[in-house]
Design a protein around this ligand. Structure first.
Ligand code: HEC
Ligand code: HEC
Ligand code: HEC
Ligand code: HEC
Ligand code: HEC
Length: 446
């Protein structure tokens, strides 16, 4: 690097500090809505990308029913009784509707009022990002510079509507980490998708988030553009059953194929995360569950539910479905001090749950991530990790001779059902999403 370049860089550094390129919390109220264009403006030329975006959760991050319920009924209501939470709860908008946050429009109007907060994570939110403050990226630490220039990952593009500029950050997973890593007021990482990715095999092989969530395909990125490989703005994740399907592969086998009628069947089940670049579940880990349900069917067609074997690790009780109450802290924002909580899991008792429990300051499980003071055992399945579960089944009396077939089902749910029922969250958020299944058999002899 030449001396002149260094001097220029130094002066530029001083300039940035002086004009204060604000990021994260300090950017609250530093901009105006009018500085940003509406997604509909981009739609006239970037038709496909616009339509893809309207179907992705990005365009609904503020308006989606469960987001509205959790934000207004739990978070804003909690901050109303505990003013210390006002800052962090305003901060929800830093990721879910960054323009509202930067415009100082917090608490924003409800989605029904159709304000610009409804734009959620819009085109302009991402394509005005010029850098980040601090390491690692988390809590909306992006620097936003709205204006005529739209930043992206391609060099030298020409547009009649705006200038374009290449910035390397648009190709990096870190870009996503700014909103997909989150630290709460207790200093707990309540979201760490990009950090999980960083620790895993995909970062070493240079496979960024984009390759799986914005795959490239031959086409036109604007009506008047040349054909080229174009990043598809799919952002498909937990709300796309096809993305979740097959994310974990399962196989299952018995220790012995032939078992005496008074014997015991021992099953081994392998669960391999072959499709995700991070742990499963990731992101809103406090809401999500993935569980393994195993059944046996005997020669007469009678079905038995088989609970998983305990392994004996610390905190395991949170990873096996039980009839326990939890989520008592929802009583604070719901102004119900006598609230006893709701059922913790809402899936058949004895099933294995792949999750990491979040605990409130009283050590009770919570889905209020901002009220999380500690986390329990991390029993999720990491990228390219394989976990083995076992089942030991003492055959019941009167089991008939012949074939017994086994079926292992792995299911996923975006929000634990008892919580959704209590908060009146529409049923689609608690849809059971099949991930995968496996079967095997043994022969029973007299
Ligand atoms: C009048 C048409 C038109 C409108 C309106 C328009 N663009 Fe573009 N944009 C283009 C064209 C043409 C290109 C260059 C395409 C190419 O050559 O591959 C482009 C390129 C881009 C790029 C790629 C930049 C890069 O260097 O990788 C981004 C990002 C972008 N536009 C964002 C936006 C956003 C955000 C909006 C709305 C605020 C918008 N555009 C509105 C026509 C338009
Ligand atoms: C969550 C952030 C985000 C949002 C929201 C977003 N983009 Fe992008 N966009 C990106 C990133 C990152 C890339 C570069 C991807 C790559 O090259 O791997 C990109 C690439 C592009 C490109 C160039 C595509 C190509 O490969 O030729 C255009 C054009 C574009 N975006 C326009 C838009 C428009 C229009 C919208 C809104 C309808 C939008 N983007 C919403 C992050 C975003
Ligand atoms: C400005 C903040 C922001 C940035 C930058 C961002 N995201 Fe997101 N993303 C969000 C928010 C907020 C949601 C949650 C939407 C909702 O409420 O369900 C989301 C949702 C998603 C989902 C859907 C998850 C689901 O549950 O269905 C995927 C996939 C995703 N983002 C991938 C990415 C990738 C890949 C990048 C980087 C190219 C990225 N995001 C960059 C804020 C951001
Ligand atoms: C190798 C492919 C791959 C890579 C790389 C990858 N993902 Fe994913 N992602 C998936 C698959 C498959 C799913 C669906 C299974 C699931 O929900 O975890 C998913 C789900 C998600 C979800 C929804 C998770 C949930 O359970 O709510 C988010 C958010 C997300 N990814 C963001 C990211 C971000 C951010 C990165 C980069 C740091 C990234 N992904 C890298 C494949 C990938
Ligand atoms: C650092 C950025 C960030 C902050 C701050 C943040 N979120 Fe999120 N939020 C996300 C991302 C990214 C997702 C998507 C994760 C996934 O799909 O697993 C998400 C998901 C959610 C979901 C689940 C949406 C669904 O449909 O499943 C809810 C509800 C939610 N956030 C509410 C909040 C509330 C309330 C706050 C403030 C207390 C908040 N968020 C703060 C980034 C953030």
């Amino acid at each position: 690097m030449g001396r002149l370049t260094l001097i220029i860089l130094f002066i530029y550094g001083l300039f940035c500090t002086a004009t204060g390129q604000l990021a994260g919390d300090e950017a609250k109220g530093s901009k105006k809505y009018e500085q940003y264009e509406k997604p509909e403006t981009c739609a006239s030329c970037h038709t496909d990308i616009y339509q893809q975006w309207t179907q992705a959760m990005m365009s609904q991050a503020y308006t989606h029913h469960w987001d509205e319920i959790e934000y207004f009924d739990l978070a804003v209501a909690h901050a109303a009784v505990n003013p210390d939470l006002k800052g962090p709860v305003d901060g929800c908008n830093g990721c879910h509707t960054p323009l509202a946050f930067m415009a100082g429009d917090v608490t924003p109007p409800r989605p029904a009022e159709n304000s610009r907060a409804n734009e959620s994570v819009s085109c302009e939110v991402c394509h005005t990002i010029t850098g980040f403050k601090g390491e690692p990226n988390f809590n909306f630490n992006f620097i936003s510079e709205p204006g005529r220039t739209k930043y992206g990952a391609k060099e030298g593009l020409v547009s009649p509507h705006h200038n374009t500029k290449f910035l390397g950050i648009y190709e990096e997973a870190k870009f996503c980490g700014s909103c997909h890593n989150e630290k709460n007021p207790f200093g707990i990482w309540v979201k760490s998708t990009q950090l999980e990715w960083e620790d895993g095999p995909y970062s070493k092989q240079g496979v960024a988030c984009h390759q799986c969530h914005m795959p490239k395909a031959l086409g036109r990125n604007a009506k008047m553009a040349q054909e080229d490989l174009v990043a598809q703005h799919l952002f498909h994740g937990a709300h796309d059953p096809g993305k979740v399907a097959g994310a974990i592969e399962i196989r299952m086998h018995p220790e012995e194929r032939e078992v005496s009628y008074d014997g015991t069947v021992a099953l081994k089940i392998q669960l391999f995360n072959g499709k995700a670049g991070h742990k499963i579940p990731t992101g809103s880990v406090e809401d999500r569950i993935m569980w393994l349900h195993v059944t046996a069917t005997d020669a007469n067609g009678k079905e038995y539910h088989l609970p998983v074997d305990k392994k004996g690790f610390e905190g395991e009780e949170y990873t096996i479905a039980a009839d326990e109450l939890a989520y008592i802290d929802m009583g604070i924002p719901k102004k119900d001090p006598a609230f006893k909580g709701v059922q913790r899991d809402g899936v058949p008792v004895g099933d294995r749950i792949f999750r990491m429990p979040y605990f409130d300051p009283n050590g009770v499980m919570t889905i209020m991530q901002w009220n999380t003071k500690s986390q329990g055992v991390d029993y999720r399945i990491g990228p390219r990790e394989t976990k083995i579960e076992t089942i030991t089944w003492e055959l019941p009396d009167n089991i008939p001779e012949g074939k017994v077939t086994f079926r292992a089902e792995l299911n996923y749910m975006r929000l634990v059902k008892p919580v959704a029922d209590y908060l009146n969250v529409p049923a689609d958020e608690t849809e059971i999403v099949p991930v995968n299944f496996a079967t095997t058999w043994v022969e029973i002899y007299e």
